[in-house]
Design a protein around this ligand. Structure first.
Ligand code: TXA
Ligand code: MG
Length: 360
C-alpha cells in the first residue's frame, strides 16, 4: 500500500498522518518501505530481532548478510552512533561531519548486545544518517518518547528489492518487488535523487577501506579525512579477510535480461552486423535494448536505443529506473556502453559490472 509522505496543497508539506503511521508501524515491529536519497529501503526497528528477521525473510536474503542501520540527524547522528557503535576512530568522526546526513555508510565496531541480528552476527555495524527529509522525519519521530512505547534508535533497512535484483528508486518499484505483500506500508517520498546505494567505508581496519563505491567518491572521502583509502584487495594481500557484503557480491543488481558492457565502437559494429533483421522468428516486440552515451544508429525495429546521460550523477540518478524500464520491454539483451574509467563513474560502473555478471 503506497502512502504519499507529502501533501501538495499550498506548497509541499509532510503528511503528518503518513509519517505517524510509518513510525507507528515500526514501533509495532512491522516492516515499511522507506524513501532515502539513494534508494528505497525495507525498514524495521533495528533493535527488534523479530522485525529484523522479517526483513531477511521478505527479501530472501541470507541472514548472515549484514544490514545498514539508519539514524536520526538532529545531533549529527551522534546519539544514534553512540547507541550502536563502540569506539569511533577519529577519521570516521571526520567523515560523519563532512558527509552526514548523506549517502555514506560507515562500518564501525558494534557495541555488545545491540543490533546483532541486523549486523548478521558480525561484531561490526553499518551506520548511515540519510539526508532524505521523509526518512529523517520518520527517524526523528521514532526518537520521541511515546507513552507506553519504547524509543526506536535506528531503522535497519537494506534496499527494498528481492535479493540480487535491481534496487528500487520509486515507491512503485517497491510495490512491484513486494506485490505479494499488499499490506506493506510504503511511504512515497518521490524518486530518489542519488539513485544508487550509499558509498560504504569500513572504519574498523585502522584506515578507511572502500567496500562499495557510490555518489561520494573515494577521492572525496580521502580528502575529507586526510587518509588514503585501502582497497579490499589490498586488505586481503595483507592477510586480512575482507568483510562479507552482499552489495559486493560479484553478481548483483541483475535485471531479467542479460546485461553486457561494450565500448561504443563494439556496440556500433554489433548493430551494423545485425542489420535490419535481428530475429525473424521473434514477434513485433523489442529483443535488444542499447543504453549508450554516444548516439548510435540501427535500422532494426526490434532494437530499442536509449541514451545514457553524459554526467555521472545524472546517469546514477536514472540507472536503476532505466534498467527496470528496459527489462519491462521484455528484451532478451541489454547492451550498455562501458562507463568512463574515472572516479566520478565508479558507482555506476560498479553497479553495471555486477549487473553484467552471470548469477551462477
Ligand atoms: O544507500 C543505501 O545504503 C541503501 C539505503 C536503503 O540506505 N541501503 C542498502 O542496503 O544499500 P543493502 O542492505 O542493500 O546493502 C548494505 C550493504 C551490504 O553490502 C552489506 O553487506 C553492507 O552494506 N554492510 C552492512 N553492514 C555491514 C557490516 N557490519 N560489515 C560489512 N558490510 C556491511
Ligand atoms: Mg541491496
Amino acid at each position: 500500500m503506497i502512502v504519499s509522505a507529502y501533501v501538495f496543497a499550498d506548497g509541499v508539506e509532510f503528511a503528518p498522518e503518513a509519517i505517524g503511521a510509518a513510525a507507528q508501524a515500526l514501533r509495532a515491529g512491522k516492516l515499511i518501505g522507506l524513501p532515502t536519497e539513494t534508494v528505497y529501503g525495507l525498514g524495521a526497528d533495528a533493535d527488534n530481532a523479530t522485525a529484523v528477521a522479517a526483513i531477511f525473510e521478505a527479501k530472501g536474503r541470507p541472514s548472515d548478510h549484514p544490514l545498514i542501520v539508519h539514524v536520526a540527524a538532529f545531533d549529527g547522528g551522534m546519539s544514534g552512533v553512540a547507541h550502536y557503535a563502540g569506539r569511533v576512530p577519529s577519521f570516521a568522526q571526520q567523515l560523519m561531519s563532512a558527509f552526514w546526513p548523506g549517502p555514506l555508510t560507515l562500518i564501525l565496531p558494534r557495541r555488545d548486545g545491540v543490533g546483532a541480528i541486523a549486523a548478521g552476527g558480525q561484531n561490526t555495524i553499518g551506520l548511515r544518517c540519510p539526508a532524505h527529509p521523509v526518512a529523517q522525519a520518520v527517524l526523528t519521530a521514532l526518537r520521541q518518547p511515546t507513552e507506553g512505547e519504547p524509543v526506536v534508535w535506528g531503522v535497519a533497512a537494506p534496499s527494498a528489492n528481492r535479493f540480487g535484483r535491481v534496487s528500487p528508486t520509486t515507491a512503485q518499484h517497491v510495490a512491484s518487488e513486494f506485490a505479494d505483500t499488499p499490506d506493506l506500508l510504503i511511504l512515497d517520498g518521490g524518486p530518489c535523487e542519488v539513485g544508487i546505494e550509499s558509498t560504504i567505508i569500513d572504519c574498523t581496519r585502522g584506515a578507511p577501506v572502500l567496500l562499495r563505491p557510490g555518489a561520494i567518491t573515494s577521492e572525496q572521502v580521502a580528502a575529507a579525512c586526510g587518509r588514503a583509502l585501502i582497497s579490499p584487495e589490498e586488505l586481503e594481500a595483507q592477510g586480512q579477510s575482507a568483510p562479507r557484503a552482499s552489495g559486493t557480491l560479484e553478481s548483483h543488481y541483475a535485471p531479467n535480461a542479460t546485461v553486457r558492457l561494450m565500448d561504443a565502437k563494439a556496440l556500433q559494429q554489433a548493430l551494423d552486423l545485425l542489420g535490419t533483421d535481428v530475429d525473424k522468428s521473434a514477434g513485433p516486440g523489442k529483443t535488444i535494448a542499447i543504453y549508450s552515451r554516444v548516439p548510435l544508429k540501427t535500422s532494426a525495429r526490434q532494437i530499442e536505443l536509449r541514451r545514457m546521460p553524459t554526467d555521472a550523477a545524472v546517469a546514477a540518478h536514472e540507472l536503476f529506473s532505466v534498467l527496470r524500464e528496459l527489462d519491462a520491454l521484455r528484451v532478451k539483451l541489454i547492451w550498455v556502453e562501458t562507463p568512463p574509467d574515472t572516479v566520478a563513474w565508479d558507482g555506476v560502473r560498479d553497479r553495471l559490472t555486477r549487473a553484467a555478471t552471470p548469477t551462477r
